[in-house]
Design a protein around this ligand. Structure first.
Ligand SMILES: [Zn+2]
Length: 478
């Protein structure tokens, strides 16, 4: 009796948290924690992790659910709230535009301040800024949009040293404004020579920022070029969507990346769990020869706006018009291989939201947890979570100290937390429906604020913060 009174007395004295998530299976890939705990949140931070019950203004019962660090998506072209809403329902708390990047970093980071559902950030777009550096296109407005992938000037080369130093100036300016590295897309810029890309890697090494790259051509030669540039400059490298970039060469390319990592080259990579890709039909991806090199053809192409499969005639019509196409051309065994690899980060390649857009924008992370972990057992739950949380955080944290407090369930870390039911979590969108809210995602919390609550959208909350680089002078090698 006395003990109960004492315990109740102590609980009454206990600190009260803004929010408590209790009875859930807490998994923290960094520390290896995997057990039922109560998590106390205060002031947007994780303030307590305890085997005992905690007192909270609100208490969420997470029985039979997993309590994970929020998912960090390194590859999202969804730079607005409607796109991020579908990602939130897929467990994502941080969505970054690192592949293509953006030309106007300050505009982007300040423009979304206090208005963003998820944490957000971007790399500096080499594809757009090289055009801005060309005398020929002087004064051409630089918009923060994905259409930079098909930008005018992609077939032009930088003419001289003056244009190069202007490019270097513009890219450094973007990094100082908070850009998270350089977004470099050889596959979309046929006008850029191999030496231009080598010089870009030299710049990245000088500023000690990573290069995020959609490699040249149709696969393996592009990965070899990127790794050679990284080795020859000391630049850190992240190869995006390894599945669609290397296709059938994936098995030995994974071996090559593993070998490079073992020998000290800082190279990371990612993949999304779908057998179709998506991009602009007018971009260099569909320049002359695409069918042969991708072993694909018109019928594999699905027009986003109508869902129709293309023919030679409609391909040529839409190629002139421009727009987004979904390309069905990868094999399931390639995806299984990527999802089984211990160093392949899960990243969605989310397209800007549209009704018929690629479903990866709403189902990537749930698909991995439902199909590749629960059903196919290609990898384990803890492993999959590590590659959705800790690994992407570690890719960024050298340049962005904020990321040291993300991707973890640890006292002092940001309260970016995803609570899901491992028995029911599943992606629901298809190539017909487009992105849909995933099933089994119960709570998604960003900086201590729920944006998904009991599976439902919480309206009018914008807890997302800008993720910035810190480009210190000491970072700059002379
Ligand atoms: Zn890409």
């Amino acid at each position: 009796m006395l003990t109960t009174v004492l315990l109740l007395g102590m609980f009454a004295q206990a600190p009260e948290y803004d929010l408590v998530i209790e009875k859930g299976r807490v998994i923290d890939p960094e520390s290896g924690l995997d057990g039922v705990r109560s998590v106390g949140i205060k002031g947007g931070k994780i303030a307590a992790i305890s085997a005992r019950r905690l007192k909270g203004k609100r208490v969420i019962d997470a029985s039979r659910h997993v309590v994970s660090p929020g998912f960090i998506d390194l590859h999202s072209h969804g730079i607005n709230n409607i796109s991020n809403l579908y990602q939130a329902h897929d467990g994502v708390t941080t969505a970054l535009e690192l592949e293509a990047g953006l030309p106007a970093i300050q505009d982007y980071l300040e423009g979304r301040a206090g208005k963003a559902v998820l944490n957000y950030g971007a790399t500096v777009s080499h594809t757009a800024l090289r055009v801005a550096a060309m005398k020929k296109y002087a004064g051409m407005p630089m918009k923060n949009s994905l259409s930079a992938l098909a930008i005018k000037g992609r077939d032009d080369s930088l003419e001289d040293e003056e244009e190069f130093s202007r490019l270097a100036y513009l890219m450094e300016k973007g990094l100082k404004e908070g850009g998270l590295g350089l977004g470099v897309l050889p596959a979309y810029v046929p006008g850029a020579s191999r030496s231009e890309f080598f010089k870009v890697y030299q710049m990245a090494a000088r500023w000690k920022v990573p290069v995020y790259t959609h490699v040249r051509g149709r696969g393996e030669e592009g990965v070899q070029e990127a790794i050679a540039n990284a080795a020859g400059t000391g630049a850190s490298l992240h190869i995006v969507h390894l599945n669609s970039s290397t296709r059938g060469a994936l098995p030995w390319i994974l071996e090559m990346i593993a070998g490079a990592r073992k020998r000290g080259i800082d190279v990371t990579t990612e993949a999304y769990p779908y057998t179709a890709g998506s991009t602009f039909i007018e971009s260099a991806i569909f320049d002359e020869g695409w069918q042969k090199s991708m072993n694909s053809s018109y019928g594999d192409l699905q027009w986003q706006a109508t869902g129709e499969r293309l023919t030679k005639e409609t391909f040529e019509k839409y190629r002139k018009q421009g727009g987004i196409v979904i390309q069905h051309s990868m094999k399931p065994e390639w995806i299984r291989l990527a999802m089984a690899s211990p160093f392949v980060i899960v990243a969605s390649d989310t397209m800007p939201y549209a009704k018929g857009a690629h479903p990866r924008g709403g189902g990537t992370f749930s698909k991995v947890l439902g199909e590749y972990v629960r059903e196919l057992k290609v990898t384990t739950l803890v492993e999959a979570l590590r590659r959705m949380t800790l690994l992407p955080a570690q890719r960024l944290e050298a340049l962005s100290p904020q990321m040291k407090n993300k991707g973890r369930i640890r006292v002092g870390a940001d309260a970016d937390i995803t609570v899901f039911d491992p028995e029911t979590v599943k992606d629901t969108g298809t190539y017909e429906t487009g992105p849909q809210f995933s099933r089994g995602m119960a709570y998604v919390i960003v900086n201590g604020v729920a944006v998904v609550d009991e599976g439902k959208t919480v309206e009018n909350v914008f807890p997302g913060q800008a993720i910035r680089s810190v480009l210190t002078s000491s970072r700059k090698q002379e």
